[in-house]
Write a protein that binds this ligand. Structure first.
Ligand code: S3P
Length: 179
């Protein structure tokens, strides 16, 4: 199977975007890229540091700039950060230049998968459940708006989710090539 565009994974923190992205990259002839890692490499600093010094606004600017640079290169499998879909510009960019897959994840699963995490500034709160619930209200419609494919990740190992995505991509490919 081949695409002429990127495969972009979107979804909230704890959706498993990075792990699933790596599994997909083992099955497809495309490299895996983690948008957060590119932001950190370009800044020479960690995400918590960027949030501390530049605030969320500074981080979002760096996020858009890194996203544009990745989308401008050869097709790859891109794991985005959970807030990447906040800017209309980003949603338009990924939709135009990629097959966008939304990893649907419940708050319960997010809490389980991000417990004790120190690298997500937005979750360094007394009440991460409330934070995730508030974020989901704003962001879930935006994930839906940006995505072409939706996959439920709840109570599923990442490998299984990756297999489901591969199946859906094959079906999509077949539809595009049939007369
Ligand atoms: C964020 C999610 C993080 C990272 C940053 C902000 C968000 O990525 O980009 O901490 O706004 O939801 P993950 O979704 O990979 O945790």
């Amino acid at each position: 199977m081949s695409f002429d565009s990127h495969l972009v994974l979107i979804g909230p923190m704890g959706a498993g975007k990075s792990t699933i992205g790596r599994f997909l990259s083992e099955q497809l002839p495309y490299p895996y890229t983690d948008l957060d890692k590119v932001i950190e490499d370009r800044a020479g600093a960690s995400i918590p540091w960027i949030f501390d010094i530049e605030g969320e606004e500074g981080f979002r600017e760096r996020e858009t700039s890194a996203l544009k640079s990745i989308l401008g290169s050869d097709p790859q499998i891109i794991a985005t950060g959970g807030g990447c879909i906040l800017k209309p510009e980003n949603r338009e960019l990924i939709r135009k230049q990629g097959v966008v897959v939304y990893l649907v994840t419940s708050i319960e699963q997010q809490l389980e998968r991000t417990a004790k995490d120190k690298n997500r500034p937005l979750l360094q709160s007394e009440n991460p459940e409330q934070v995730l619930t508030d974020l989901a209200k704003i962001r879930n419609p935006l994930y839906c708006e940006a995505a072409e494919i939706k996959v439920d990740t709840n109570s599923k190992p990442p490998k299984l989710v990756a297999q489901e995505i591969l199946k859906l991509l094959h079906e999509r490919n077949d539809e595009n090539t049939s007369c």
